[in-house]
Design a protein around this ligand. Structure first.
Ligand SMILES: *[C@@H]1O[C@H](CO)[C@@H](O)[C@H](O)[C@H]1NC(C)=O
Ligand SMILES: *[C@@H]1O[C@H](CO)[C@@H](O)[C@H](O)[C@H]1NC(C)=O
Ligand SMILES: *[C@@H]1O[C@H](CO)[C@@H](O)[C@H](O)[C@H]1NC(C)=O
Ligand SMILES: *[C@@H]1O[C@H](CO)[C@@H](O)[C@H](O)[C@H]1NC(C)=O
Length: 504
């Protein structure tokens, strides 16, 4: 990719006036070319002054299909010219990255309206990741969130195609915002983005190798509670349930011996029946955070009882400094129990449940906001009649897991010097930390920083183990599946340190 040079010498002869003008204007264009049409001027629900510039809109990645990906770009509130550019991806597959924007580490905290159906009130998030980075929230693949295509064949997709499309997006995005090409660049995501992130990173590195429009300052990536490998992820639940005291020691020993330690692919009826008992013991829990109550049905008040029956000390567990409570319900960011991600079609929650209500789910504030016509206009999103309704997770796409295990990708990337942070909310049962800990250890890298606590604000915030090749595994104590939602302060802390290349 062309990098602007300030050295172009203007010629002074009047004959060349127009070309001088051309050179100067093209320089100015290249140096400050963030598209002004993408600049957000006001945001419904927010009445203050934005601490940094926000841009949003579509990048068309296939003209003939009318295939467009939506992004929301938040400039750093620190030093936008120097701070890293981070691309953020939520998973699903089929979930919008506005999950990260609205519920996790975006610039605002969304306070639900008092009257039902009203627009939320937006407050500045003191722990926004835009404090230390320029961050792009990308809805990917097309069909997800606000991204769409005029040709429905694009909604049949998978890992490989998604990575290629996201790479195309990045290249085009940097054409629109070339002033950010010299910033360090990172890719981050969580849950099924445990597949999106390394596969996209791989495309970016291929671009560097082949010199075709390279993103030369790509430095590394972060994956939170990420889907990685069928076997490691599938074997993680039983030891997690045991370690957390959710199943009896006897059952743990029985299931371990009858399944021979292979839980992801039960080979005997005895193993199956023991696993069924494990499922029975944990099925009433909130899969995304075993400490949080589970909400049934659509009425969140249903659970008041459940909460009251808990001892108060239990309610206090995991207390942390956060501006608003975590949402009460969550919507499928991965897959339910016993339906691990395998090669082939990955069913979405709506597909699996066939219209039944999903336990422990919530998307209310985000849905109200992103389906409001004034909000859509303000953020340059197409109207609902064109782009469709915004859904936190959609079954509009049919998605194939076709990239296999992510472990070889992680190996390739880290061996080549790209830094990786594999982080895990240690109370998530959806992609439990036991799996991420096991696969990182399985890579055979030498341990250079032995398992130890890491601290934030003087308190132990979790545990970490550092490996050679700049691979770091990190837990966040008391956090669920979407770490920054549960522990925003600690999340901003490790995020800042990782981006700065400092030890955590
Ligand atoms: C809800 O009502 C309370 C009390 O009147 C008020 O302080 C708060 O700002 C209201 N919330 C919203 C989102 O309007
Ligand atoms: C949609 O895309 C497919 C594959 O490129 C193509 O065969 C088909 O003609 C397109 N449909 C329309 C309506 O353009
Ligand atoms: C790993 O990197 C090498 C080049 O260093 C490349 O040839 C190979 O295809 C890569 N493998 C994977 C799984 O990415
Ligand atoms: C680890 O990352 C640091 C900082 O980016 C870099 O200087 C160093 O070369 C990396 N080490 C390895 C082994 O890749």
């Amino acid at each position: 990719m062309y990098i602007p040079s300030a050295m172009a010498k203007p010629q002074t002869s009047p004959i060349f006036y127009s070309s001088v003008f051309y050179l100067l204007s093209s320089f100015v264009f290249l140096a400050y070319s963030a598209p002004q049409s993408a600049l957000i001027k006001q945001i419904p629900g927010f009445s203050g002054t934005l601490p940094s510039k926000h841009y949003s809109g579509y990048v068309t990645i296939d003209e003939s299909h009318g295939k467009k990906l939506f992004y929301y770009f938040v400039e750093s509130e620190g030093n936008p010219l120097k701070d890293p550019v981070v691309l953020w991806l939520n998973g699903g597959p089929g979930c919008s990255s506005f999950d990260g924007f609205v519920y996790e580490h975006g610039p605002f905290n969304f306070e639900a309206a008092n009257e039902s159906g009203g627009l939320p009130k937006l407050h500045l998030n003191p722990y926004s990741w835009s404090k230390v980075s320029n961050i792009i929230y990308l809805d990917s693949p097309s069909g997800v969130g606000l991204s769409y295509s005029k040709n429905q064949t694009d909604y049949i997709t998978g890992d490989v195609k998604t990575a290629l499309d996201s790479h195309t997006f990045l290249l085009k995005w940097f054409e629109l915002y070339p002033e950010y090409l010299s910033n360090p660049m990172f890719i981050a995501g969580e849950s099924y983005a445990g597949v999106y992130v390394p596969t996209l990173a791989h495309e970016v590195v291929k671009g560097i190798d082949t010199g075709v429009k390279p993103i030369l300052n790509f430095k590394g990536y972060l994956v939170g509670n990420g889907v990685t490998d069928e076997e490691f992820d599938g074997n993680a639940l039983v030891p997690f349930a045991h370690g957390m005291g959710l199943i009896s020691n006897d059952l743990f020993e029985e299931v371990t011996s009858s399944c021979n330690g292979n839980f992801y692919n039960p080979l005997s009826e005895n193993c199956e029946s023991k696993l069924a008992k494990v499922d029975e013991d944990i099925s009433g829990l909130n899969i995304y955070d075993i400490l949080e109550p589970c909400y049934y049905g659509t009425d969140t008040r249903d659970v008041a009882d459940i909460k009251i029956r808990l001892p108060s000390s239990f309610l206090e567990l995991g207390e942390t400094d956060r501006p608003l409570p975590v949402r009460k319900r969550m919507f499928g960011r991965a897959w339910p129990f016993r339906a691990p991600v395998r090669e082939g079609i990955v069913p979405t929650w709506p597909q699996l449940l066939n219209g039944q209500s999903v336990p422990c789910t919530d998307d209310e504030v985000a849905s109200l906001w992103l389906n409001n016509a004034a909000v859509r206009k303000a953020i340059h999103a197409d109207e609902e009649s064109v782009a469709g309704p915004w859904e936190l997770c959609t079954d509009r796409i049919s998605f194939r897991h076709d990239a296999g295990s992510m472990i070889p990708y992680h190996k390739n990337l880290t061996v080549r010097g790209y830094r990786a942070l594999i982080f895990s909310g240690d109370h998530d049962m959806c992609v439990p930390y036991t799996g991420s800990e096991a696969w990182t250890r399985s890579m055979g890298y030498e341990i250079v920083d032995e398992w130890r606590p890491w601290t934030s604000n003087g308190q132990i915030a979790g545990y970490t183990q550092g490996y050679e090749n700049n691979l770091t595994f990190l837990t966040i104590k008391g956090a669920g599946h979407t770490v920054p939602e549960y522990k925003p302060k600690e999340a901003l802390d490790f995020y800042s340190r990782f981006l700065a290349g400092k030890p955590i």
